[in-house]
Design a protein around this ligand. Structure first.
Ligand code: ATP
Ligand code: MG
Length: 339
């Protein structure tokens, strides 16, 4: 792994895009005080994911963005990208050239980039873990920190040396494995306890199990019987249904016959009604005739009575004439005598 290039734009003193190419053989960057040499290491730390403002010699994150000078306006964004040659495969990625980047806007918005793609801080950290590069890896040692390193406690120093030598990863893994082993041991103790407890529960549990088996058998029997019962019930219902279907069929036939009979009777009724109407007319006619006959009989009776009356008056008249004839004859006789 080799640092090949560092690009800065808007980061601290580097207002313009500044590109530093690290060719093999470069061992130092020199310059007057306050020219921005330490800002270069700050840029490297920052792009690798440093989170502490103090470690970057800033009060706040905004201090990392070019703050402007008497002749130049402040900028709104700081961007750093670091190119690493990974042809030896030190970094766990397929790329032979890795470019990590970090951006920060004055609004607080920020982003990490890996080979131009946006990634999470975590992805950057994972990439550099145990490579000897990274904010916590002492690959960048601040001005004045050397003395502090020389005087720190032996275990910290050891951690530092291990980190640099790349043993730290294995130590951490060992600690982790030991912790897991301890956990497993504790689990084992718990399992033994549980086993002990369970063995005392075994008797009652076996009894319960046998009861459960019995219950299961009986439940199965019950289920079988219920199924049989259902089958019987089903057959009975099916045959009853057959009967009912027949009955319905018969009733339908009967109903049809009754309907035919009804229509016959209707026809007959019609005929009889017609006949009754005819007879009523006939009756009416006969009644009229009878009335006429009676009227004629009355007239006959009246003319008979009239004729009788005339007959009687004729007889009376005849009697008178007879009497007159008698008187006449007597007079004639008398007159003859006299004569
Ligand atoms: P020395 O030799 O004293 O260690 P140096 O070369 O390491 O100096 P740096 O500490 O890298 O110098 O740079 C300090 C300069 O960076 C200061 O002049 C400071 O004003 C300037 N600086 C820091 N932050 C910003 C910023 N956000 N915008 C503009 N300039 C800044
Ligand atoms: Mg300095």
């Amino acid at each position: 792994m080799y640092l090949t290039k560092l690009e800065m734009r808007g980061f601290k003193t580097f207002a313009d895009k500044t590109e530093l190419e690290f060719k093999p053989g470069i061992t130092a960057i020199v310059g007057p005080n306050g020219v921005g040499k330490s800002n270069i290491t700050d840029a490297i730390l920052w792009v690798l994911g440093e989170q502490s403002n103090k470690a970057l010699r800033a009060e706040s994150a905004q201090d990392l963005i070019f703050a402007g000078t008497a002749r130049r306006r402040p900028l709104g964004m700081a961007e750093v990208s670091l190119t690493l040659d990974n042809s030896d495969g030190s970094l766990p990625t397929d790329y032979s050239e890795v470019v990590v980047g970090r951006r920060l806007f004055r609004s607080g918005e920020s982003a990490y980039l890996l080979n131009r793609a946006t990634v999470r801080l975590r992805d950057i950290r994972d990439l550099f873990v145990d490579t000897g590069l990274g904010p916590q890896a002492y690959s960048v040692v601040g001005q004045g920190e050397l003395e502090a390193i020389l005087s720190i406690r032996s275990e910290d120093r050891r951690a530092l040396i291990e980190e640099v030598a790349g043993v730290r990863k294995y130590r951490l893994r060992r600690t982790e494995a030991e912790r897991k082993l301890e956990g497993t041991r504790a689990n084992l103790v718990r399992v033994t306890d549980i086993l002990h407890e369970l063995s005392s529960q075994r008797g009652p549990l076996e009894e319960e199990a046998s009861r459960a088996r019995q219950y299961k058998e009986l439940a199965e029997q019950l289920e079988g019987l219920e199924l049989q019962l259902l089958a019987v019930d089903y057959r009975r219902r099916a045959s009853r249904r057959g009967q009912l279907v027949n009955e319905v069929e018969n009733l339908r036939t009967d109903a049809a016959a009754v309907r035919t009979k009804i229509s016959q009777l209707d026809a007959e009724h019609e005929q009889v009604s017609l006949r009754i109407a005819g007879l009523a007319d006939e009756l009416e006619r006969l009644r009229d005739e009878a009335t006429a006959a009676e009227r004629r009989a009355d007239q006959q009776r009246q003319s008979t009575a009239l004729a009788q009356e005339r007959l009687r008056s004729i007889a009376e008249r005849r009697q008178q004439l007879v009497t007159l004839q008698e008187q006449g004859r007597k007079r004639i006789a008398k007159l003859q005598q006299r004569l």
